[in-house]
Design a protein around this ligand. Structure first.
Ligand code: CP
Ligand code: NVA
Length: 324
């Protein structure tokens, strides 16, 4: 006699909406950003007033780090616990990721046991491959090409201090890196003006930046002199001269970027009430002077804290959709 066929319940609920990933800034629409930014303010306010907000009880976030981190790890980990969920932390060194298990296989396995995944890695193609084989939402916690959670936090921070960012001018001074690429996508989606000044040879690669075809109400201009980029800006922002993964170029970059330090001369070219931001970690005396980053126009500590608040709103949105 044939044994009765066992039925194994699917882990994917019937009629579930398609999985949404956040791999680059352009993965969400302008309208979705307006919702997320408002939702962040709501979630942050609850946290600050000790009101519990736990929509993700029993849900697990996998955090995968192939590069170092302080802010990204703390903000995702603390944020997920605050939402009622829990966290699994993996690094290249302590998992099979470092022993050449294919990324596709890792994605298939990790996404069967967890509900949402954050990855910090090298090439964007790696996170794209993981997402393509994941049953659950994947969030970019920084790749060589993009850092969307950071720019989301930066925009939220700007709005908290100065109101809507649409129509405002943001100056990017320094490397045409993952942060600069992401600012470019954000300017197109949220309708602000982005002025970028990089040393020759370190320009933003517009193909890599993959900005939406139209800049919408925003604009994008490049300047060879950082002073011109900062003129009348509402926000001046920069980042390390050497990003993770490019350490071998450190000495060459130090020379090439010497004139791209955000100091009081550059800040004086911006509007008198301009803000200064830096995603951190910072090197005082290199990309920013101590008097600027530790001065009254700097909002870098709010910016760092807001990583947690925007990511809580993002995780809630990717898992549960829009909340009333
Ligand atoms: N800004 C940022 O992503 O910081 P960490 O590298 O410390 O995560
Ligand atoms: N551009 C920097 C950002 C660090 C948070 C890097 O990729 O290392």
């Amino acid at each position: 006699m044939k044994p009765a066929k066992k039925t194994v319940p699917s882990t994917i609920p019937q009629g579930a909406p398609p999985v949404r990933h956040y791999l680059q800034f352009s993965d969400l629409s302008t309208e979705e950003y307006h919702y997320l930014l408002e939702r962040t303010a709501f979630i942050k306010n609850k946290f600050k007033t000790f009101v519990r907000h736990q929509p993700l009880v029993d849900r697990t976030l996998a955090l995968i780090f192939e590069k170092a981190s302080t802010r990204t790890r703390v903000s995702f980990e603390a944020g997920m616990y605050q939402l009622g969920g829990s966290v699994v932390h993996l690094t290249t060194g302590d998992s099979q990721l470092g022993r050449a298990e294919p990324i596709e296989d890792s994605a298939r396995v990790i996404s069967r046991m967890t509900d949402i995944v954050m990855i910090r890695t090298f090439e964007q193609t790696k996170i794209d491959a993981f997402a393509a084989h994941s049953r659950v939402p994947v969030i970019n916690g920084l790749t060589n090409e993009f850092h969307p959670c950071q720019i989301l936090a930066d925009i939220f921070t700007y709005i908290e201090h100065r109101g809507p960012i649409a129509g405002k001018t943001v100056a990017w001074v320094g490397d045409g890196n993952n942060m600069a690429n992401t600012w470019l996508q954000a300017a197109a989606l949220l309708g602000f003006h982005l002025r970028v000044s990089t040393p020759s040879g370190y320009e933003v690669n517009e193909k890599t930046a993959a900005r939406p075809a139209s800049m919408g109400a925003g604009s994008y201009q490049t300047y060879s002199d950082p002073l011109d980029a900062c003129a009348h800006a509402d926000l001046v922002t920069t980042d390390v001269w050497t990003s993770m993964g490019y350490e071998a170029e450190n000495e060459v970059r130090r020379k090439a970027f010497a004139a791209w330090c955000v100091d009081s001369r550059l800040m004086a070219a911006a509007k008198p009430d301009a803000l200064f931001m830096h995603c951190l970690p910072a090197h005082r005396g290199e990309e920013v002077s101590a008097e600027v980053i530790d001065g009254p126009q700097s909002v870098v500590w709010d910016e760092a804290e807001n990583r947690m608040h925007v990511q809580k709103a993002l995780m809630e949105y990717l898992l549960l959709g829009r909340q009333a």
